[in-house]
Design a protein around this ligand. Structure first.
Ligand code: ADP
Ligand code: S3P
Ligand code: MG
Length: 196
């Protein structure tokens, strides 16, 4: 006769995978510098898990009817951070969501607190080197206004790095494909390899 434990135990490799994935958090939030792959990986991760994908920048553009570049030019960065904070707060309400942040959201104290303290949300840092982000973002200055401030870009990267590293999970991404990054996140968050 089967004991209760054995009857509930996974039987095949597929069962093991499904059971492990059931332990995944109901909200996963991606942070990291511009070009780290938050939007790309977030969309793939959502498909992989059957979660809804939301990109905070896309939501802001949809709700304001303006581009991020326009909002920066018209209102300035502090105004943008305020709007970004309110937007993220709202986007953290639903469950089964992958939320990709803009790279600068982590700089706002209230946003950072919200991301780190919210129950059932895991903050994942996609960590790319400065060389990688510069290479990946080349030519996108018109849609990424912060990139245009070349004199301060490297300083911004180094100022933000310790803030990103407060995340629940840090994933170095330089030598992985987007699909590879997705697999690392799933594995780590489902507790199979929970190193930080
Ligand atoms: N792991 C990766 N390997 C190679 N290219 C990538 C990877 N992740 C993202 N990219 C590319 O880098 C660029 C920036 O990616 P994106 O997802 O927009 O980054 P973010 O949202 O973090 O700014 C895109 O052209 C994307 O295709
Ligand atoms: O790093 C930043 O301050 C920003 C990053 C952008 O998002 P991505 O990181 O997705 O490029 C976007 O939110 C805005 O241009 C500001
Ligand atoms: Mg993005």
């Amino acid at each position: 006769m089967l004991t209760e434990e054995s009857s509930l135990s996974p039987k095949t490799a597929e069962d093991v995978e499904i059971q492990a994935e059931r332990r995944l958090p109901v909200r996963i939030v991606l942070t990291g510098f511009m070009g780290a792959g938050k939007t790309t990986v977030g969309s793939l991760l959502a498909k992989r898990l059957g979660y809804r994908f939301i990109d905070a920048d896309v939501e802001i553009e949809r709700e304001t009817g303006a581009t991020i570049a326009h909002l920066f030019e018209e209102h300035g960065e502090p105004w943008f951070r305020e709007l970004e904070h309110e937007t993220i707060q709202r986007l953290l309400e639903p469950e089964a969501v992958i939320l990709a942040l803009g790279g600068g959201a982590i700089e706002d104290d209230r946003t950072r607190r919200l991301l780190l303290e919210r129950n059932a949300a895991k903050l994942v840092h996609l960590e790319a080197s400065i060389e990688t982000v510069l290479r990946r973002c080349r030519g996108t200055e018109s849609v990424r206004p912060v990139l245009r401030d070349t004199a301060n870009l490297e300083a911004r990267y180094h100022k933000r790095l310790p803030l990103y590293r407060l995340a629940h999970l840090n994933v170095p991404v330089d030598s992985h494909t987007p699909a590879g990054v997705v697999e690392i996140i799933v594995e780590r968050l489902s507790g199979q390899n929970p190193s930080r």
